[in-house]
Every structure is written in C-alpha cells, then in structure tokens.
Design a protein around this ligand. Structure first.
Ligand code: GUN
Length: 300
C-alpha cells in the first residue's frame, strides 16, 4: 500500500483564501478590519522568523498587523502594561505573545493576562478549560490545523481509535480534546508509556507530537491508518554534503508511508497549517467580538 499524501501546503492556501474572502466581507458589509497584534520580546532568531512570517501572512489576507518588538530586558510590568493596552484596543481582535519568553518573565502569568476572547493561541487557562468542557473557546492553532486535515480526509472521524504521542499543553493535550470532541476513542501516549509500539498499532489515527526525529517506525502503524506528523526536527544530512542538514518529522516517513492509508509529509504537512489557523482564529475572534457568525469550517 502507498499512502495518500495529505498536502498541508495546499490545504493552508485554501484556509487563507477562506479567511481572505471573509475579511473582505467584513470590510464591505460591516466596515470592520480584523487586527492581530504580535508581541516579540528579545531577539531569538527562530522567533524573529516566525513573527515576520505571521505579520506578512496577516497582511496578505487583508487584516491589520501590529508588531511590538520589545527589548530582551523588558520588565514584566512593562510587558503586562502593553498587554492591558492591547486588551482594551477595539481595533485589536487577536493578541499573540511569541514564546519562548526570556527567563526573567513568567510565561503563565503573561499568557493569562491576555483577554481570553483575544487569545488566538488558545493558551489562556480559560480557553483550556472551555475546550476541555466542550464549550466555545479559542483553539490552539497546530491541533486545529490537524483536526481540519483529518476532517477533510475522513469526512467523519467519529468512533475511530486515535493515539496522540506527546502530552504538551500546546499540541498533545488540546489535540486529544479535539479528537474526543469529534467522538474518537483517544489515548495520550508519552515517553513513559509502557508498550508504545503496541499502543500505536491499535490506532486508526496517529498524531505524533514528541519532537524526536523519526521516532515512529512504519512497523508501529496499522495498515491503512492516518498518520499526522507534527514534528519538525532538523538533523544532519552528510549525504547532501559537509555541514548540510534536512528537516524530518517524528515519524520515519518512507516506512510509515508504505503502510499508512494517509500521511502528512515534513516539511509541507502540519507546519503550513499553523499560521493559516492563526489567521482563522483571528477572523473568528473578530466575528465573535462583533456578534457575527465566524466563517464555516475554520473553527473546531
Ligand atoms: N512559539 C513557537 N510556536 C508558537 C506558537 O504557536 N505560539 C506562540 N505564541 N509562540 C510560539
């Protein structure tokens, strides 16, 4: 069997098109332009790349983008004051504080100071609780992207066995909640799981989010299962030349693709969906703030 490749790059482009057409309607019919504020503290190079990309894509779909770049030594009270100001600003519908923060800043305190209705990352403790109790919330972008791809591929995933490998607050735990919300039977596996191979072999859906390069081999995959690989790991690639590297997922692509029914590649799978879902969450937040219906198919 050779797996269907789930093209996250193409899927993300369709999500951005839906967002852009909804943004155009909000402008034309209600004179509202959704706005996203991104806060970056310090000069972490990877974070700078992410923030630039988020700002660029926000503008491309017709939304307002505001970037606040703060010195690495910014005090907690100054950062909290900025968040208060953004919380109160009616032109800002989404607020994202890029993580990780410098060590002297308390990440939980900072995230929980964002108004839950503007928390487009879905990291605020209120949104975590709302998602866990099946209520309307802002949903973390990466798991939301995975759910959209699963729904698109399967139609319905109700009743399927899903195994999530990884228990992070950003991906593993919210992913499990979303799968449960769509009536999957869900197992969260992690580094201490007793027989990980056997656990994964039971799954109709495998979501790998552990951050360990090529950890899941093809012989852990049930024939025909759907594999969603969230990992983005850079490894040495001496075959490409001295000092060269390449990106791989948490799953060993060739062996998993030989057994799976469908699989997301790395790169070009889950990765592009994350920023697309951030844009979707921003338009959703804007609609809810104005008592309007959010676009269909872009929410959990
Ligand atoms: N750093 C890496 N990924 C993310 C993300 O999804 N949201 C935020 N706020 N910071 C990140």
């Amino acid at each position: 069997m050779s797996a269907t490749v789930i093209d996250g790059k193409a899927f993300a482009a369709t999500v951005r098109e839906k967002v852009a057409s909804h943004v155009a309607r909000l402008k034309a019919e209600h004179d509202i332009t959704p706005g996203l504020a991104v806060v970056l503290v310090g000069e972490d190079p990877a974070s700078q790349v992410y923030v630039r990309s988020k700002g660029k894509q926000t503008v491309e779909v017709g939304m307002n983008s505001v970037e606040h770049k703060l010195d690495a030594a910014t005090s907690e009270s100054d950062l909290l004051a900025l968040i208060d100001q953004l919380n109160a600003d009616p032109t800002v519908h989404g607020i994202l504080v890029q993580l990780p923060l410098p060590d002297h800043l308390n990440e939980d305190l900072v995230i929980n100071s964002i108004a839950p209705s503007k928390d487009v990352d879905g990291f605020h403790i209120s949104n975590v609780g709302l998602l866990g109790t099946g209520q309307q919330s802002m949903v973390p972008c990466t798991p939301l992207g995975c759910l959209m791809m699963l729904r698109d591929h399967h139609g319905s995933i109700s009743g399927l066995d899903a195994v999530v490998i990884g228990r992070s607050n950003i991906v593993g735990k919210p992913m499990a909640q979303l799968l449960l919300g769509d009536s999957c039977t869900v197992t969260i596996a992690h580094s201490r799981t007793k027989d990980l191979a056997e656990t994964v072999r039971r799954a109709d859906i495998v979501v790998a989010a552990v951050g360990r390069p090529e950890m899941v081999p093809g012989d852990w995959i049930k024939p025909g299962a759907t594999v969603i690989d969230v990992g983005i790991n850079r490894i040495d690639a001496p075959e490409k030349g001295p000092g060269k590297t390449r990106l791989v997922g948490d799953c060993h692509y060739e062996s998993c693709a030989a057994v799976a029914g469908a699989i997301t590649p790395v790169p070009g799978g889950v990765g592009p969906m994350t920023i697309a879902c951030l844009l979707a969450n921003t338009v959703t937040a804007c609609c809810r703030a104005n008592d309007l219906d959010p676009p269909e198919g872009l929410t959990a």
